[in-house]
Design a protein around this ligand. Structure first.
Ligand code: 5AD
Ligand code: SF4
Length: 444
């Protein structure tokens, strides 16, 4: 084969959903890079387009379906274009078949359980005309060594667990990602060590519930893992997501507190502030338990920034339940919150529950919640004024003409610089505060 021709081939990956998916797209990209392909942003120039889908909420699914549908024209123009669809959406029962019927021009359909096998599927597709649909019904043992084409320097994502055992009643994840499996501690630590050696300045450990890391292994837990990764020499930041309040123990909080590498921010999804709703959600903690975890974090890490996920309009949620959520949010004063309207997911226990909430009520609730959170953000931002914070420069914002990065609390700051500072730690004096983002000047 002629290598020059292979080198010119291009791929584009379109990712929906969370960091977990973004990292999985880095693996799909790695498998394509290994085959001589390079990334492009322009889909009209791509030889392969991969959709890495998410099914956690209906809007993510709708967007993906719309975008896949829009490729019909491109495929009609370029018969050699390979279109692949993978991720959580295709892993849902019968969904791959539906996708195949709706979008017959898609060439490869694969699931979450055989993502690591995408390279083999791709090779097979190059030698045959027939469409390939391979979605495994169950998870397989963890495969190590998949190449990665990382896209988020100076941050690097590192998987520590796959799957979830919690079965929150609204959530589709346990059905499409299978039972929780932990990577071996030595594999994780050696990946992190290598990343630091390569110059990455931030490592984010990923799992649906990182706090239960090691439950399926011997003699290790998440606290041990934090201790071990923190021992790696060199200046870098350690982050992790996401946590589950029921599994955030004192031992773990102590490990976070004593680790100099670990950022002073913890993402602790609360979902709701009403005990009745938390029970229906099968979250296995009460609002009182959650507030105790917040106290625990603040006892050992006084300046910790706690961020969260909050859902409104779970089936049967009353105004009183919602006010409990508002009350909890105003007590905790989250440093940031992702807010969602409950979205009915097929096959989950909540799908069968009576008392779905009308859209107008949901919109009103989420608007009030966002307003409350915006006020908290503004208040907290004011405290940054005239302070100097250490920022890890992550990117350049073309529109603003400014560099940006985050402090140890995860707070974003923008600043000007003549030099490219991406990947460097810089001291920034905050001169202007608005909503959640800050503006400052570099102190050289
Ligand atoms: N509807 C709305 N939000 C959901 N999440 C998970 N499942 C659903 C659903 N069915 C939210 C939760 C979770 C975050 C990743 O997504 O808040 O923490
Ligand atoms: Fe979904 Fe709950 Fe598992 Fe998070 S912990 S992935 S919300 S089932």
């Amino acid at each position: 084969m002629d290598n020059n021709i292979i080198e010119q081939k291009k791929y584009k990956i379109i990712t929906y959903g969370c960091q977990m998916n973004l990292h999985e797209s880095e693996k799909i990209g790695g498998l394509l890079c290994e085959r001589g392909y390079t990334a492009t942003d322009d889909e009209t120039k791509a030889d392969v387009i991969v959709f890495n889908t998410c099914c956690i909420r209906e809007n993510a699914e709708d967007r993906a379906e719309g975008n896949i549908g829009a490729l019909k024209k491109l495929k009609a123009k370029n018969k050699d274009l390979i279109i692949a669809v993978g991720g959580c959406m295709t892993q849902q029962k019968d969904f791959a078949e539906k996708l195949h019927q709706t979008f017959p021009f898609v060439d490869i359909i694969f699931g979450t359980h055989n993502l690591e096998d995408f390279g083999r599927l791709f090779d097979k597709k190059l030698t045959q005309k027939k469409k390939l649909i391979e979605v495994l019904p169950h998870e397989e043992a963890i495969k190590e060594g998949t190449p990665k084409c990382r896209t988020s320097f100076p941050n690097a994502w590192v998987n520590i667990t796959y799957g979830c055992n919690n079965f929150c009643t609204y959530c589709i994840v346990p059905y499409v990602r299978g039972r929780e499996r932990s990577r071996k501690i030595e594999d994780i630590v050696s990946e992190c060590r290598q990343l630091v050696k390569e110059g990455y300045k931030e490592i984010t450990l990923l799992g649906q519930n990182v706090n239960s890391y090691g439950n399926d292994l011997k003699d290790v837990d998440f606290a041990t893992l934090i201790d071990e990764v923190s021992k790696i020499e060199g200046k870098f930041r350690l982050r992790f997501m996401t946590n589950h309040p029921k599994d955030l123990t004192e031992k773990l909080v102590q490990a976070i507190a004593r680790s100099e590498k670990t950022c002073r921010s913890v993402h602790l999804p609360v979902q709701a502030g009403s005990n009745r709703i938390l029970k229906l959600m099968n979250r296995r903690y009460t609002r009182e338990d959650y507030l105790e975890k917040v106290e625990l974090l603040r006892k050992y890490i006084p300046d910790v920034a706690i961020t969260t996920d909050i859902m409104v309009s779970f089936p049967t949620e009353t105004e009183e339940d919602f006010l409990d959520t508002m009350d909890l949010a105003s007590r905790v004063k989250f440093a940031g919150a992702f807010t969602f309207i409950y979205s009915k997911r097929k096959g989950t226990p909540a799908e069968k529950m009576d008392g779905q909430i009308p859209e107008a009520v949901s919109k009103d609730r989420i608007t009030r919640l966002i307003e409350l959170q915006n006020n908290t953000n503004r208040e907290q931002s004011k405290e940054y004024l005239n302070k100097t914070v250490e920022i890890l420069c992550e990117d350049f914002d073309q529109k603003k003409g400014m560099y940006l990065g985050r402090d140890t609390h995860g707070r974003m700051a923008y600043f000007k610089s003549e030099k490219n500072l991406i990947g460097q730690f810089v001291d920034v004096k905050i001169t202007k505060t608005g909503g959640i983002s800050l503006i400052g000047e570099i102190i050289w």
